[in-house]
Design a protein around this ligand. Sequence first.
Ligand code: CTP
Ligand code: MG
Length: 592
Amino acid sequence: MSVIFRTFKFNLHRKSVNTPYCKCFIFRNASGSPKKFITFDEVIAQRRAEARRSLVVQVNSESSFDELYGYCSKYSIVNDVHHYQNSNNEHYMLIEFGSEDSKREVLKACSAHQKSTDIMPVQSPFLWFRAASGTKEKFSNTKKSLAVKHGNSKVDEDMLFKELLNCESVSDQLLLLYNKTKLNDMDIRLRFMVARQLEAIFSSIYANVAIKPFGSSVNGFGKMGCDLDLVLTNTVAPEMMEASRRLVFQEKICEGGRSPWQRHMELVATLLELRAPGVARVTRILNARVPIVKYSHEMTDLDCDLCYNNTSGVYMSELLWLLGTLDYRVQPLTFAVRMWARACSLTSPHPGRWITNFPLTLMVLFFLQQKRHDGIILPSLNNLIKMAGKDDIRIAEENLNCTFLRDLNKLPEDSYGQSNDSLQTLLFQFFEFYAQFDFQDRAVSLNEGVAIRKPNSLPLYIVNPLEQVLNVSRNVSFEECERLKMEVRNAAWHLESLLDGKKTDDWGILGLLEKQTTRNLKKLLKVGNNHRLVSVKDLFVAETPEVNTKSDRISKTEQSIKDSLDSKTRNLKFKNTQVAKQVYRIRRNKLL
Ligand code: CTP
Ligand code: MG
């Protein structure tokens, strides 16, 4: 059967060059020879620098562009302006300036905050554009236009399913799905802006502070709207360790019963609540092995998880990113598997006894390390470790050795991307591989690239590639593992039915994501034109139906606060910061 699937050849450009992370994928190195791969560190440094010379400004609509552009150009060179709208229907422009210094000039020209609501001034890259008082300034006509309009609008599900239906092959479907749902440039820029905002706020308290995105925001497997994992580090710069420097900072030891970083994260959470515009719903999860502060960033619609010093998580993201860029098929295949798993409820947005996207991604990568008739697609991690040089040495927290080859240009061409199998073939083989996998006795090990004997009887064992004594799927219950086995079999059967050549409404990836009957039911339940779907359980809640959607709830709350402002309570002081913030935002009635 696999042989028949292998005959579905799909003619594609070989190595990917068009992902948002690979804008400068091919360039020349010092010796003048073309460099195929850029390193993870280079990509991250480029994105962080971009964020350092950018600002996000709330405006009235996209038509505010000319005036905003004219106004900012008075102070500095503007590279590009990108427009987006959040779920609260607020319009924003992300402005990238020519340099960080130019951006600083603009910040110097910013106005102070309104005093009336007891707000203390704060410097942050999130601003708003006030309407001009008196006569409007005239700006010379600019030929410049917005680089992007509605840069982060979500994909319309109906349109996507229609396009998937019209694809020629399953391989086409997989590529389409990947291209339509992966993080786009705007979304990535915003993620780095949110990180930059915290860096700006915390830099006066922690020396050398860096806040970096990790996880699916940067590992190449993130889809639009995925959570933003952030790590805070404040390592001492090597030159500051020199014993010849005789003037030394007086420093403070963090005392107390709890671990110092639990206490610092508590402080960080409070700072987020009090000092970071746009931050809401801060939750502290401080007793976990890695203390986390969760929050929502309302201006960008991002749900964020901030942790401290989890550098192994960053190196893990780097490893996944490297493997994802080695072959054009890795990311589309992983996207399809992650979406299939979500569709059949193998994964869930909530933590529990089920598999999550991270171990699922490792399962796909492990499958691609297997020897096939015409070679391998991905190398084992042991191979990458063997090839590592001095520059690749990385030691994470708790002395964890995270050394592996970083510059993929040094990897021999015949050690990856060898097979000619199409994406369609690979998807089928993935399900077939795990339908036959011996979960009872074997563990998935990306280090070896082959299944190894399980060290214990946990139902699912996926070795943590950077800390091999750990199982990244130790939370998965026996029942969930059984369901995983059943669902991979069902998926293999579904794809096998394609062999009769008939294209039904559920053909290919469609039947794995959402059956036609479910799609029709959802269409019936769709409300408004905002392309959000009502869940069936919403039909049974006792609340008044018109306040069920998020935007309804927000506009209701805002309306009631507005009403109360209009009344004699206008001069009330708000104890609750959340309410105060909302009132403050409504008072920006002169927003341009
Ligand atoms: N991670 C890890 N070890 C684990 C779990 C997570 O090193 N046992 C790291 C990985 O780099 C992972 C990141 O933490 O990518 C974030 O974890 P998580 O948010 O669970 O996964 P994502 O890859 O970000 O996927 P999702 O889109 O579902 O958030
Ligand atoms: Mg994540």
